[in-house]
Each structure stands twice: as structure tokens, then as C-alpha cells.
Design a protein around this ligand. Structure first.
Ligand code: C5P
Length: 226
């Protein structure tokens, strides 16, 4: 485990998909004026790229080979659209959030050499005045020395409901049964992989937000920070 620069504070927010990490992380970054790392977007962008290169996404060497031409750019868009992600001159932001990309991201994320290859680009986000890092292994592997580690969780049913609402807003309809099943499959794959599984760091504070609003969670974290 590599030590990271302790003079630049990092707050890590790990947890399963759909627990609200993204909204909480964005809100905290805004509140504190910190940078934001959405590490899932890096895995998703890598998955989009591997699929476009027609690599077998379960073959570690094939995925690694695609990294030679993988240069994602994350640009702050206007406040309504959020961060825009580019691969060369293609804006792939719209592709990042679909379920095929999510599933491919979770598959390539189970390959140890892929995780290793993406470590440096994630640590590169640690810049003054500080960083909010959102992911699965931020507190355990990427930023083990983080100042504050949060593990945010919610029931699978609640997470499926939130996801369904988000998809509806994007005009995508799917059944709750299918969503819950996909979330559970992804949880299982993320928490049982041998390399960097989804687990709370020993020194993380766990928050179950099934019954809490984003604002309540942000308040809780800010009070922990004090
Ligand atoms: O957080 P998000 O749903 O965007 O992440 C997509 C996938 O990327 C997750 O299902 C997970 O498998 C993987 N991931 C990871 N480690 C991270 C962030 C995401 O394995 N730090």
C-alpha cells in the first residue's frame, strides 16, 4: 500500500452502488471547495473504451492492451449537466450511466492488473485544498491515509427504487425486479472479488442512509469532520 500526501486532506466515501455516494460526494465537494474523484466513472470510461476496442472484457491482458490508447478527460461542464467525460474527441458522458456500461465496468474492475493500472490516475486527483473520493476501495486501497472515511450503505430495495427514479428521469423504463437483481449481482461481484473487494475500512464510519436524505447525510459527515 502506497502512502499518499498527508498534507492534502482526503475524505473517502465508499459503499455499494445506488447508496447515494455520488450526490453526497458532490454536495460535500461543493460545501468544502474540494476536488471530486468519481472513481466509478474512471472504471466506466475504461469499460466503454474496452468495449469500443472490441476487447474480451473478461480477459485481463486484452483489457490492459486497450489502456495504451485510453486517455479519458474529465471536464467540469455547466452546473446542470455536471462533469463531461471525453475519450479522444468523443463525448461519452451519455454512455457512462447505462446498465451495459455498469455491468462491463464491474467485470473489468474485478481484474487485479486493471485496478493496479488505474491507481495512479485516481491518486492524481489529490490536489490542494483537498479531495472527496467516491468509490469502493477509496479508504481501503487508494487513499489508506484519508483523514475521514465514510462507508455509505442502504438496503438493496431502497437503492433499486432510487435507481429506477433516476432512470425514469432519463426516459428509461425498467422493472424493479430487474433492477434489484442487477444491483444484487453487482454487489456480489464487487464484494466477493479477491482484489480490493467492497468492504468498509477498519477505521471507516458506516452510515445507513435508507431513511436519510442526502442533506442529512452531508450534515452528519460535516459534523464528523469537526
Ligand atoms: O460507482 P459506479 O457504479 O459508477 O461504479 C461502476 C463499477 O465500477 C462498480 O460496479 C464497481 O465494480 C467498479 N468500481 C470499483 N472500484 C471503485 C469504483 C467503481 O470497483 N473504486
Amino acid at each position: 500500500m502506497t502512502s499518499t500526501d498527508q498534507s492534502i486532506p482526503v475524505i473517502t466515501i465508499d459503499g455499494p452502488s445506488g447508496a447515494g455516494k455520488g450526490s453526497v460526494a458532490q454536495s460535500l465537494a461543493r460545501e468544502l471547495g474540494y476536488h471530486l474523484l468519481d472513481s466509478g466513472a474512471i472504471y466506466r470510461a475504461a469499460a466503454v473504451h474496452a468495449l469500443e476496442c472490441e476487447a474480451d472484457i473478461e480477459d485481463q491482458n486484452a483489457v490492459l492492451a486497450t489502456f495504451e490508447s485510453f486517455n479519458p478527460r474529465f471536464e467540469a461542464g455547466n452546473p446542470d449537466d455536471g462533469v463531461q467525460v471525453w475519450l479522444n474527441d468523443q463525448n461519452i458522458t451519455g454512455k457512462l450511466r447505462n446498465e451495459d456500461t455498469a455491468s462491463a465496468a464491474s467485470k473489468i474492475a474485478s481484474l487485479p492488473a486493471v485496478r493496479q493500472a488505474l491507481l495512479a490516475s485516481q491518486r492524481d486527483f489529490q490536489r490542494p485544498p483537498g479531495l472527496i473520493a467516491d468509490g469502493r476501495d477509496m479508504g481501503t486501497v487508494v487513499f489508506p491515509d484519508a483523514k475521514l472515511k465514510i462507508f455509505l450503505t442502504a438496503s438493496a430495495q431502497e437503492r433499486a427504487q432510487r435507481r429506477s427514479k433516476q432512470l425514469k428521469e432519463q426516459g428509461i423504463t425498467t422493472t424493479m425486479q430487474r433492477l434489484t437483481q442487477e444491483i444484487q449481482e453487482r454487489d456480489t461481484r464487487d464484494s466477493t472479488r479477491s482484489h480490493s473487494p467492497l468492504v468498509a475500512a477498519d477505521d471507516a464510519i458506516t452510515i445507513d442512509c435508507s431513511e436519510l436524505s442526502i442533506e442529512q447525510v452531508v450534515k452528519l459527515i460535516l459534523s464528523e469532520l469537526k
